[in-house]
Design a protein around this ligand. Structure first.
Ligand code: FES
Ligand code: FE
Length: 353
């Protein structure tokens, strides 16, 4: 029986005060980071979109002037979902039930049933930090008085020398940390992905080093790998031609990965694993291609879909669902260097899973 099966979670301290469960600790600590909550193109001017982040139901909106707002998706009056309402031409979110209106900061600005305009100060919903970068809408749930972690820098995504492909988000029933580890796990390429880019004849992983950069958050490693050409015809023995390549990983812990070279020379791919809850995630991903590559985006999307499928099956079946940060709970070998460094760093960030 695996070791984690014996793990018990204390629910109270000795003095009977409740303690945080690992899920609650995950949700609390993750609030200070920036998370992708939508693709920019999915939030049209004048539109509202319901989004889930860290177990919070939120409503994301864009005014006709292009300004973004992110509020609790819960009307202060009778708890109706504001995302079922509409954005007014004046830039307020209007509840569909009794027509109360909230401004971009969540203050109630209109209550149609009152015959005066003295709106109680308590008529408001919580608003959150929201920003836009690299074709994505980002949110951070820290309180107004707290300091959010710096957002990731995604330079190539807004660079005119690159064409940006923004993929369809993926909803996976696994923790974000399991998904990030899978994306950075070089050791499975030759086994799980032998029908696409994986090289079934080369399972041995060349040694690589993982470095923590000066920002204290970014884990960097370059993994040499003889990838196969996924679009080439297999030979008589079923093997496709391979070529030496280097997968340049920069993992901006905890939730964003930048990967250089995986979609061809000069390409940069990002994944943003957004924790919709402690045990589920929505993966946003995009790839910047040098303009001169004239990439066939439809063929590229089809290829990635073929790669994501088996990855999803693996991570959704992993147990325990929360990534074990105690390094004695799973077996780590030299080619798992990234996983070891990532788990240690998450522990230093305060996660206790
Ligand atoms: Fe929203 Fe009444 S429930 S206005
Ligand atoms: Fe994979």
């Amino acid at each position: 029986m695996p070791k984690h099966a014996f793990r018990t979670v204390p629910w109270v301290h000795d003095d009977d005060t409740p303690v945080e469960t690992p899920d609650q600790a995950f949700l609390r600590i993750s609030r200070r980071f920036w998370h992708v909550v939508a693709r920019s193109g999915d939030v049209v001017p004048g539109g509202l979109v319901p989004v889930t982040l860290l177990d919070e139901q939120l409503v994301l909106g864009r005014t006709l002037d292009g300004e973004l707002t992110l509020l609790d998706d819960l009307c202060a009056h009778r708890g109706v979902r504001l995302s079922m309402g509409a954005l007014t031409s004046g830039g307020c979110v209007r509840c569909p039930y009794h027509g109360w209106e909230y401004d971009l900061d969540g203050r109630c600005t209109a209550i149609p049933q009152l015959d005066h305009d003295r709106i109680p100060a308590t008529a408001r919903v919580t608003s959150y930090r929201v920003a836009e970068q690299a074709g994505m809408v980002w949110a951070c749930l820290v309180g107004e008085d707290e300091q959010p972690a710096p957002p990731p820098e995604l330079t190539e995504a807004d660079d005119a020398g690159f064409d940006l492909f923004v993929g369809e988000p993926l909803d996976w029933a696994c923790s974000s940390f399991r998904e990030i580890e899978n994306f950075c796990d070089v050791a499975h390429f030759s086994i799980l992905h032998a029908d696409t880019f994986g090289n079934g004849r080369e399972p041995v992983i060349a040694p690589y080093e993982v470095t923590l950069l000066d920002d204290g958050r970014t884990l960097s490693f370059d993994a040499a790998y003889p990838a196969c050409d996924p679009f080439a015809e297999p030979d008589a023995e079923g093997h496709r031609p391979s070529f030496p390549s280097v997968f340049g990983y920069r993992v901006l812990a905890p939730f964003t990965v930048r990967l250089e070279g995986a979609a061809g020379p000069g390409t940069v791919m990002w994944i943003h694993s957004t924790p919709t809850s402690a045990r589920t995630c929505r993966v946003f991903w995009d790839t910047a291609f040098p303009v001169e590559a004239r990439t066939d985006f439809a063929a590229y999307a089809e290829f990635e879909e073929k790669v994501w499928g088996p990855d999803r099956a693996m991570v959704e079946g992993q147990r325990p669902e929360l990534l074990p940060l105690d390094l004695t709970e799973e077996l780590h070998l030299p080619f798992d260097r990234f996983a070891v460094a990532y788990r240690r760093l998450l522990g230093e960030m305060g996660y206790r899973l």
